[in-house]
Design a binder for this molecule. Sequence first.
Ligand code: SAH
Length: 397
Amino acid sequence: MAKVITWQVKPNFVKQYQAGYPLIRRDTIAQGADSAEEGSIVHLQDEQGSFIAKGYCGMQNKGIGWVLTNKEGEKIDFLFFKQKILAAINKRQGFYHDENTDAFRIFNGEGDGIGGLQIDYYAGFYLISWYSEGIFRFKDQVIRVLDELGDYRGIYEKKRFDTKGSYIEDDDFVKGERGEFPLLVMENGIHYAVYLNDGAMTGIFLDQREVRKAIRDKYAKGKHVLNTFSYTGAFSVAAALGGAEKTTSVDLAKRSKNKTIEQFSVNGIDFEQQDIHVMDVFDYFKYARRKGLSFDMVVLDPPSFARSKKRTFSTAKDYPALIEDALSVTANGMLVISTNNASFGMKKLKSFVDKGFRDAGASFHILEQFSLPPDFQTSKDYPPSNYLKVLVVKRTS
Ligand code: SAH
């Protein structure tokens, strides 16, 4: 049984928690937070000792725990986890029945009622991400729910809670059958090679599914596509399958090249007809300008924050300059402008687009915009959970 502790909420924040705000932030707690023990059940109270909400203690860089319920009578036990996970799976029935897609998220943290816990499904395998030691203490309950559901091949996990909230290197196998990697998954008919036991990332970011589909179905035909920050080249593959004349993928991680070759190959695309550069994107832009290269479409999907030997890049500050760079290598093409930075919203991204185009002396119109797909449920009470913003923009002059 988890220990129960009480935290007293500062008066200014009581309303917010009563209204459903799910993240327990240290700065909102007046008393008790010193006795924070990972995985204990936390009762939030006001100064008078009246009940506000119930949650668990788990240290993440964002907070010190998550609210699980505002009902005083609700118990946080196996049944609680079971109900939340079953409800989440019910919402994804469309995905389970989709013949062309077998990789999707079945449980998305606070969006499905339990912050700090994510579960993805990859062709019969579950991948659980634990974002704190605290939620990891509930591992037995979560695994038991998956066991009761039955019918899976194996379970893997990512422990994303070392000191800076990053991934702890480990054998990530939990139980069931050990997969053979790469595991081939399918997304809207596109194949992707994924690795569930090879570091923090799997080779594919499932949240960009709708963007990849749009690139393949609507935008790529006949184009020369530059895919920057390309990682394993997932956007390049979608573009090539959509009839792109050619794709150019640029990422500075050395392993990105082999991974991109692999993603092309599992789709029957001759990688030798595509360009793949292991290079700093900013150097690539300089090189492309020098060579007078021009692209019909540029995909920008930078990490929120990156530090390389030469520079630091932060989307919240440097996105306009990145757009300006991209415009220097596309005459009248389009840009796919993406960010997963949770600290700003779509309005701000649009203001970055305005600024980037203005600084380049160019104009544009927005063709389409994307946010998270439905398997990435968000919490309306916690705006950062709606982190993904993607704009498809056509340069008009
Ligand atoms: N667009 C990818 C995901 C990008 S993840 C997809 O859809 O799958 C971010 C990638 O940016 C990482 O692979 C990282 O190696 C790369 N990266 C970070 N800084 C970079 C830089 N300055 N130049 C090139 N690549 C960079």
